[in-house]
Design a protein around this ligand. Structure first.
Ligand code: MSP
Length: 523
């Protein structure tokens, strides 16, 4: 890889280590995984980070209830997140834990520097504290919510303490100017407008340390009776992970993917901290991330998922789905039905089955089955001479567009599906199964089937980031195993040359096999 290779750095939130992984965590991480795969395919030097946020006070309490040390409890649960993501095919390049020495050292250094620049100072704070979120709620917002948590509805408590503060109030104008000048910085647009509105209401300084909470956390530099507030510690993970010289090239991150619940920290507090720290010597590299994208929430059967309702799509449920439909089917549902925009996404068994049967079994699976079946029957499984139908080829060009990079992005998945639908329409129109029964049609039948197979090959490339297992199976059956290596090679040409029409050469064969996605009947 040359120095000039474009880099792409994507992050997920780091998840509270006290939780068990559920669909919400898996969703954000899976979307990030698909995006990371898309950028790797495009030949970019990609770095994908996820991890765990471990210094919440709750960790200490839960550990104590179990007669464990906070560290042992965090170790156990961080491992559960790490192995879960591995099991669900997530291709993260690192997994950061905030209790690791590499992270703590970086946080300590950064906070010391912020004291130096004058952006962190000692003061006293009194306000409305949301114990569930471990955050103070501004006076106006607390009043608006009747002094209940805007997140979980529990009563806020009045608290007073000596704290170190971050001078957030000094950054209002700079933040507004930045958001204004960079329309892509906060997305979707509705979230951007929310943030702008709240900044215009005025920014108060934020407490970033707390005392009397025991020794679980990162001590405030030079004041070991104070711990750095968990949210401040957590946000810094995005930079502590890429501090090392060989990883610096990844910063600024291209995308912090999060959900709407933690937008304020990412879109206001974090950028302001970065604006502040850039003034410190040697910290010039700590620029603002390029984009913060906040998706919405999964709900279940039309209802909010909550601990009290006990209706979380938990790990057991997710495992069941994978057992029955396969991992790629779960990824497909998450990506196509998920809350990527501002609407919530509904997880329902009936909907899952309907989407599975229509998109995967009846379209992607069935189309491959028809092509491989007819190629086996009429052509002995192999294309002697590539010959293309101009009509289908034109349709393919129309779907893909001129720019061979255009089909990338999350839209690639629907373009892949469109290509397969075009194959189906073409088969309906040309009826190769009827033609094959007539004399003197061999060449035309071969042309039709080659064109279908070639279109499917192109679709498989666009579908791979979302359906890696199944598309690798398709490549195997088409004799394109080398794609797995070739496309992953950072030195290689990436996707571009594979996206040209005609990749299946003379002598290419297709193997029939069990259905890629077996049709599943409603029980
Ligand atoms: N530890 C903080 C984040 C610190 S980042 C510097 C935290 N952790 S969390 O475990 O609560 O994870 C919150 C994130 O999990 C959300 O922003 C979202 O990415 C994901 N989700 C949790 N529940 C979700 C849904 N019901 N639906 C979709 N995603 C949700 O906040």
């Amino acid at each position: 890889m040359t120095d000039s290779t474009q880099t792409f750095y994507i992050t997920t939130p780091i998840y509270y280590v006290n939780d068990r992984p559920h669909i919400g965590h898996l969703y954000t991480t899976t979307v990030a995984d698909v995006v990371a795969r898309i950028h790797r395919l495009a030949g970019e030097d990609t770095f994908f980070l996820t991890g765990t946020d471990e210094h919440a006070a709750k960790v200490v309490d839960t550990a104590a209830e179990r007669g464990m040390s906070a560290q042992a409890w965090a170790d156990q649960n961080a491992e559960a997140f790490r192995t879960t993501f591995e099991r669900f095919g997530i291709s993260n390049d690192d997994f950061i834990r905030t209790s690791e020495a590499r992270h703590k050292a970086f946080v300590t250094g950064m906070i010391s520097d912020l004291v130096e620049t004058g952006d962190v100072y000692l003061g006293e704070y009194e306000g409305w504290y949301d114990a569930g979120q471990e955050e103070y709620v501004p006076e106006a917002r607390a009043a608006e919510h009747d002094f209940k948590s805007p997140i979980n509805g529990k009563s806020l408590v009045r608290r007073k303490e000596e704290n170190y503060f971050f001078r957030l109030s000094a950054f209002s104008d700079d933040l507004l100017a930045w958001i204004d000048a960079n329309p892509e910085f906060i997305q979707p647009v509705a979230r951007r407008n929310e943030v702008l509105g709240r900044i215009r209401e005025g920014l108060a300084d934020v407490p970033i340390s707390r005392s009397g909470g025991g020794d679980w956390g990162i001590p405030f530099p030079g004041r070991s009776d104070h711990m750095i507030y968990v949210w401040i510690d957590a946000l810094i993970n995005y930079t502590s992970t890429v501090e090392a010289p060989e990883r610096r090239k990844y910063w600024p991150a291209n995308l912090h993917l999060i959900a709407k619940d933690i937008l304020w920290f990412h879109a206001v507090i974090w950028p302001a901290m970065l604006m502040a720290i850039q003034k410190a010597p040697g910290r010039e590299w700590m620029k603002l991330p390029r984009q913060i994208y906040a998706h919405s929430f999964w709900i279940r059967d039309g209802q909010k998922m909550s601990k009290s309702l006990g209706n979380f799509v938990d790990l057991e449920k997710l495992d069941e789905v994978v057992e029955k439909f396969g991992l790629d089917a779960l990824r497909w549902y998450l990506l196509t039905q998920g809350p990527l925009g501002t609407d919530d996404g509904d997880f329902s068994d009936a909907r899952f089955l309907a989407v599975y049967n229509s998109d995967l079994a009846n379209t992607l699976g069935n189309s491959f089955h028809r092509i491989s079946n007819m190629t086996g029957r009429y052509l002995g499984g192999c294309f002697e001479e590539p010959s293309s139908d101009p009509g289908l080829r034109a349709r393919v060009e129309e779907i893909l567009g001129d720019d061979r990079r255009a089909p990338l992005g999350l839209g690639g998945l629907s373009k892949g599906l469109d290509l397969v639908r075009a194959i189906d329409a073409f088969i309906e129109e040309t009826q190769p199964f009827k033609l094959a029964k007539q004399e003197g049609t061999e060449e035309r039948v071969a042309e039709i089937l080659y064109s279908c197979a070639e279109t499917y090959r192109l679709a498989s490339l666009l579908l791979w980031p979302t359906l890696p297992q199944k598309m690798e199976e398709v490549w195997r059956r088409m004799g394109l195993e080398e794609y797995t290596v070739r496309l992953a090679d950072p030195e290689g040409p990436g996707l571009a040359d594979c996206m040209a029409w005609g990749g299946l050469s003379a002598g290419a064969s297709i193997e029939k096999g069990p259905p890629l996605f077996a049709r599943i009947q409603d029980e």
